[in-house]
Ligand binder design. Structure first.
Ligand SMILES: *[C@@H]1O[C@H](CO)[C@@H](O)[C@H](O)[C@H]1NC(C)=O
Ligand SMILES: *[C@@H]1O[C@H](CO)[C@@H](O)[C@H](O)[C@H]1NC(C)=O
Ligand SMILES: *[C@@H]1O[C@H](CO)[C@@H](O)[C@H](O)[C@H]1NC(C)=O
Ligand SMILES: *[C@@H]1O[C@H](CO)[C@@H](O)[C@H](O)[C@H]1NC(C)=O
Ligand SMILES: *[C@@H]1O[C@H](CO)[C@@H](O)[C@H](O)[C@H]1NC(C)=O
Ligand SMILES: *[C@@H]1O[C@H](CO)[C@@H](O)[C@H](O)[C@H]1NC(C)=O
Ligand SMILES: *[C@@H]1O[C@H](CO)[C@@H](O)[C@H](O)[C@H]1NC(C)=O
Ligand SMILES: *[C@@H]1O[C@H](CO)[C@@H](O)[C@H](O)[C@H]1NC(C)=O
Length: 578
């Protein structure tokens, strides 16, 4: 039944007549509000169970949101050739028939958000050749089938977030040649739909949130030459990025946040020479290493807020001459040294708050710039030393700075000469203790400029002591301990002289001394010798019917390991069967 409402009257006499006769050409369905001047029909929130009839055929915008529509029938809107925008959001639609939108050849925007769609039969979107924007989010769609969107050559934005997508067929996106933006938040995909995405030649922005995938495989994105912005966020299992996972992409903006990355994916990022914005926030990353981001020539912003950063190494941002914004709020950093940057003169925005900052000379460069740098409203705050605990950077006056933000250079405490003259195979310790503020780092260097690490036969113990295990003749020489902090360095040289002993001792297998031989020969060659020996003994005992318990092996130590002592002379040892 049609009722003549004032709004209809405004559409003129013809409309009144037609509407009163129940003819739809210029009418407005009951329960709907029509705004003829804007050519809008608004039927939102009217408890409609089905699509009403009697729309004015010149309507450009039809809003059917917040009703109780359950189905959209075939050619449901075919009279509305001029319709540009159709909103079916927030209904109970679980079924759309093939060609549901046929005839809407001017439709530019279609919203079907928050319905109950589980499946979209191929052909539902037939005829939507002008569509620019399609919102299918918050449904229960399980799969996108091949050719679902094939007629939509003008579609630019596809929203498919918050569905139950478990599968996107390889040719699902066939025909979406103009698609620029694709949003896929919260899906149940178990892999990246690489093949399907590769059908989107014009894709520029891709957003994928909340997916349970543990790693981004190599070549995850193919043929996406126009892709500039990728947002990967809230993938709680993502801990690995293949080194070629982003190969072929030329991004200007990349977000990989709220994932489980424990290192910056340097290798995967390296080729992104046009990257300007990188956000790795909320990943358990502990360190930004030195000299590994230099290929990101145009990088302007790095966000790594809410991580587990303990250290930003010298040279971390070397080569990044356009670098302007660093957001490392809420980490475990005690300091941020000037030498991490290419040039701190370019730095404009720095979020350093919520870190346990040690306010010493290393942060003087920040506090000196406290009025010029933009802290985005969050002042860095000192954590140590106690005298300045909880003080904000902006509260320091210029004249107290030299007194407060200070360091004490590293100084080696015990400078007594250390010289060890030992026999081959002995363990030797050289101590090196230093004080200073901040606590100095201890480095040991050989006369050949080798830097020793905490592992290996010759290693640096946690207390700074150098340990030489099973001293070899060729270990002889000078060793230098370097103690350094931001304020200054100190060094100390010690000497080691190792005397060779004849090497034909009988050695029981798997005793402590075995290690000497193992380290000397290298474990692999040692173990293979042992294995060969035992195999040999096995066959020997089989053929002889008796077991021999020892065997003597002659060996020529590898010269690179230098195990043989003087002049590469051969050695011999006896092995016992246990
Ligand atoms: C890709 O999108 C741009 C605009 O963003 C448009 O000018 C161009 O024609 C599109 N390319 C294709 C193949 O549709
Ligand atoms: C998708 O994942 C959500 C949450 O993990 C789960 O509740 C839902 O049942 C899944 N749907 C399918 C179809 O697997
Ligand atoms: C994240 O990685 C850590 C180890 O690196 C692992 O123990 C943890 O289970 C991972 N978290 C998730 C949600 O997979
Ligand atoms: C990469 O993207 C930048 C910025 O959008 C563009 O200027 C450059 O030409 C692109 N390079 C290649 C190889 O596509
Ligand atoms: C820094 O990161 C936090 C957390 O992601 C964010 O809320 C804030 O807006 C960022 N600040 C700047 C200046 O980008
Ligand atoms: C350093 O540690 C080692 C092993 O823990 C110990 O033997 C040595 O005495 C310590 N040296 C100093 C100087 O504390
Ligand atoms: C300490 O030594 C390091 C490495 O040799 C050097 O880079 C640094 O400039 C030195 N620091 C001072 C204050 O001399
Ligand atoms: C090593 O062998 C030589 C002769 O081959 C022998 O004179 C010497 O006593 C042996 N040394 C040991 C420690 O067994």
């Amino acid at each position: 039944m049609k009722i003549c409402t004032p709004s209809v009257v405004r559409w003129g006499a013809w409309s009144i007549l037609l509407a009163c006769l129940g003819v739809s050409a210029g009418g407005c369905p009951s329960r709907c509000t029509c705004r003829p001047e804007a050519k809008e029909v608004i039927c939102s929130g009217k408890h409609l169970n089905s699509v009403p009839e009697g729309f004015s055929s010149d309507a450009k915008r039809l809003d059917l949101s917040y009703n109780k529509l359950k189905t959209v029938g075939r050619r449901q809107f075919s009279g509305l050739q001029l319709l540009q925008e159709l909103d079916l959001s927030d209904n109970l639609i679980s079924m759309m028939e093939v060609e549901a939108f046929q005839g809407l050849k001017n439709l530019r925007t279609l919203r079907i958000k928050n319905n109950r769609l589980k499946i979209i039969p191929v052909g539902v979107f037939a005829g939507l050749s002008s569509l620019r924007f399609l919102d299918l989010s918050q449904n229960e769609i399980l799969v996108f089938l091949d050719y679902t969107f094939k007629d939509m050559s003008n579609l630019q934005i596809l929203e498919a977030s918050e569905n139950d997508l478990v599968f996107i067929s390889q040719r699902a996106f066939f025909g979406l040649t103009s698609l620029v933006e694709f949003n896929l938040d919260r899906s149940n995909l178990t892999s990246i739909p690489t093949e399907a995405l590769s059908q989107l030649p014009n894709l520029t922005r891709l957003r994928m949130l909340r997916i349970y995938i543990p790693s981004l495989p190599n070549n995850a994105f193919r043929r996406l030459h126009k892709l500039r912005s990728v947002i990967i966020s809230s993938w709680p299992m993502l801990d690995t990025l293949g080194s070629s996972s982003l190969a072929g992409l030329n991004l200007t903006s990349l977000v990989i946040s709220n994932c489980n990355l424990s290192t910056v994916p340097y290798a995967a990022l390296r080729h992104l020479a046009y990257l300007r914005f990188l956000d790795l926030s909320y990943n358990p990353i502990t360190v930004i290493q030195g000299n590994l981001l230099g290929d990101l020539l145009r990088l302007q912003e790095l966000h790594l807020a809410g991580g587990s950063l303990l250290r930003i190494e010298p040279g971390a941002f070397r080569g990044l001459s356009n670098f302007r914004t660093l957001n490392i709020s809420s980490n475990q950093l005690t300091t941020l040294e000037e030498n991490a940057f290419h040039s701190v003169g370019n730095l404009q925005v720095l979020r350093l708050d919520s870190n346990p900052l040690a306010c010493d000379c290393r942060l003087l460069w920040v506090v000196r710039r406290r009025l010029r740098l933009n802290f985005d409203g969050f002042q860095p705050t000192c954590s140590t030393p106690d005298a300045v605990r909880l003080r904000q950077f902006r509260d320091f006056s210029e004249k107290e700075l030299p007194r407060l933000f200070t360091c004490r250079p590293a100084r080696i405490l015990d400078r007594r000469p250390q010289e060890a003259r030992v026999e081959e195979g002995t363990n030797v310790l050289f101590s090196c203790k230093a004080d200073g503020d901040p606590a100095p780092a201890i480095t040991w260097i050989s006369s050949h400029k080798n830097v020793f690490s905490p592992v290996g036969r010759i290693r640096v113990l946690p207390n700074g002591t150098l340990e030489v295990r099973y001293a070899q003749v060729q270990d002889s020489g000078a060793y230098q301990c370097l103690a350094g902090n931001a304020a200054g360095n100190d060094s100390l040289t010690v000497g080691l002289y190792v005397k060779g002993v004849p090497r034909n001792r009988s050695i029981p297998i798997f005793s402590d001394d075995t290690l000497i031989i193992a380290t000397t020969m290298g474990f692999l060659s040692f173990l293979s010798s042992v294995a060969i020996c035992f195999v040999f003994m096995f066959f020997w005992s089989q053929s002889k019917g008796q077991i021999k318990h020892t065997a003597t092996i002659d060996f020529v130590p590898r010269s690179s390991m230098g195990g043989g002592g003087e002049g590469g002379e051969g050695g011999r040892f006896t092995m016992k069967l246990i």
